[in-house]
Design a protein. Structure first.
Length: 128
């Protein structure tokens, strides 16, 4: 089974976390933390800054690694490094996603998260 290495930004502000809804692909309509694939030669933090700039037209500051998720989907294994992040500049403009929401501890379970993101959701509840 092939492994896909990705990074995800867990952007938390004012006790709310930023979530995005996929607008394309096999997992269209599922909710996730924004990010994407690590390209050859990139450090995870570099990949995350690039992906958020491309997807959301926003510059972020990458903080601590929250967790690394290892998850087996039907056709591939996902290895996802999730970092706590802060917005440096920009307005989180949706360029590839269908929708986005700022979720509180009370509303974080109101969206249908992709399976690999569920463990991170549990950890975030402890942080917001």
């Amino acid at each position: 089974m092939r492994t896909i290495h990705v990074v995800a930004a867990v952007i938390i502000e004012n006790k709310k976390v930023f979530a995005t809804q996929r607008g394309y692909g096999e997992f269209k309509d599922g909710w996730e933390f924004p990010g994407g694939k690590i390209e050859e030669g990139e450090r995870p933090e570099q990949a995350l800054v690039r992906e958020i700039k491309e997807e959301l037209d926003t510059e972020i500051e990458v903080g601590d690694l929250l967790d690394t998720v290892e998850y087996d989907y039907t056709n591939f294994h996902l290895s996802m490094q999730c970092f706590l992040c802060k917005v440096k500049s920009g307005d989180l403009v949706l360029k590839e996603h269908e929708a986005a929401k700022w979720l509180t501890r009370e509303t974080i379970d109101s969206v249908e998260w992709l399976p690999a993101d569920l463990d991170i959701v549990k950890k975030i509840k402890e942080n917001i």
